[in-house]
Design a protein around this ligand. Structure first.
Ligand SMILES: Nc1ncnc2c1ncn2[C@@H]1O[C@H](COP(=O)(O)OP(=O)(O)OP(=O)(O)O)[C@@H](O)[C@H]1O
Length: 362
């Protein structure tokens, strides 16, 4: 394999970053702060419309910033054009030019910069070698598999020698089998290249598989930042617990808690615990997933699930309609916070010195 110099990775910092598409509408991204470590794999994650793509596009320079700053290794790039930032973008379904060969796709941005044909083909060829695609350099995208197209797209993004690679739902157009294969490959390339990757996805499973750091967004705000292990095991709010899945949210006298569904025990109806009725039994192979309805719970909090390993289930083969009790170890209960508030809401509920004076006078 030929070697191609990879520029050192850069840390990305965003400070009070805000995007308001139209005056009078809620901000799509609302004063978010985030620091992404150099050389790390960061996934921006959240439901549709939470602002993750807008955030990525503001880092890329494909979307203007309303207020706030984007720093790359302490250099303020907020107002630089996309091509001058040191970032490169890899798009959904790779967006390769169908009429160009793999080599010309990779060389394309150098052509735009006026680099001579010899030089750009040499550099594109080197990069294709690097992603193990040198032997297919003359093929058009339609003559390549999904995985091979991904490698061409990666080489095309790397030709500008970015310090940070931005990936917008790069796997969402692939079928589930290829998606799992390709995410392993992305992870391998990130480690091998040692670059900073920022990857947008709405799939918690994809983010957990890939990320060093997960950033969970909701309504234009960051709900939680942490390693997949930390976020999954210590969700900070009900939103994160529900979005990550695999958790039950249960009301207690001291406030809501989350318990992982594989950390819950199911016992007979005469045992002490939370009374529930089994509504559904789903055999999944290694595990059996029980759906239950808690007898005494508020609307919206009734449905819970329990994941039992197959052997435990076979010891007590419950069926729909059975009355049971649920219990868990106190150490497995996670106290949930209220979640983040919009800066505008924070301000409006904060008491101003004037409020304090009025309260004193009353
Ligand atoms: N060009 C635009 N003009 C106006 N509003 C926009 C524009 N792009 C996005 N929005 C709005 O901004 C909010 C955030 O959108 P964004 O695309 O960043 O979300 P997302 O989390 O990436 O969602 P998805 O997963 O569906 O792509 C949404 O309410 C969306 O409707």
């Amino acid at each position: 394999m030929q070697t191609v110099a990879t520029p050192p990775p850069a840390a990305v910092e965003i400070i009070a970053l805000t995007k308001r598409y139209a005056a009078g509408t809620p901000a799509a991204v609302d004063q978010i702060d985030l620091r992404i470590e150099s050389g790390s794999y960061c996934c921006l994650l959240g439901p549709s419309g939470c602002g993750k793509s807008t955030t990525l596009r503001m880092i890329a320079g494909h979307e203007s910033v309303s207020t706030g700053d984007v720093l790359l290794d302490n250099r303020n790039i907020t107002n630089l054009p996309a091509a001058a930032r040191g970032t490169a973008m890899m798009f959904q379904s790779f967006a390769l030019f169908p009429h160009l060969s793999a080599l010309d796709n990779v060389a394309f941005s150098l052509k735009m910069k006026g680099v001579s044909k010899n030089e750009r083909h040499k550099r594109a060829g080197n990069l294709l070698e690097r992603v193990a695609m040198g032997h297919l350099a003359d093929r058009k995208p339609a003559e390549l598999s999904g995985g091979q197209q991904q490698r061409v797209a990666l080489a095309r993004a790397l030709i500008t020698e970015p310090r940070v690679l931005l990936l917008d739902e790069p796997l969402s157009a692939l079928d589930p089998f290829l998606r799992i294969q390709m995410r392993a490959e992305l992870r391998r390339w990130q480690k091998e290249l040692g670059l900073t990757f920022i990857h947008v996805t709405h799939s918690q499973e994809e983010a957990m598989a890939l990320a060093d750091t997960m950033v969970v967004m909701n309504h234009g705000l960051i709900e939680q930042v942490g390693s997949p292990h930390a976020v999954y095991n210590h969700p900070s709010s009900e939103f994160v617990a529900r979005f990550m899945g695999g958790h039950n949210v249960i009301d207690t006298p001291t406030g809501p808690i989350a318990v992982r569904n594989d950390h819950m025990r199911v016992r007979g109806a005469d045992e002490s615990g939370l009374g529930a009725v089994i509504t559904d039994v789903e055999y999944q192979g290694t595990y059996v997933l029980l759906g239950l309805e808690v007898t005494q719970a508020a609307a919206g909090r009734k449905g819970v699930s329990v994941l039992l390993n197959e052997a435990t289930f076979l010891g007590h083969p419950y069926s729909a309609g059975d009355h049971v009790t649920l219990s868990w170890d106190a150490a497995d209960a996670r106290v949930l916070g209220p979640g983040v508030k919009r800066p505008s809401a924070r301000n409006s509920t904060a008491r101003t010195p004037r409020d304090e004076l009025a309260a004193e006078a009353a």
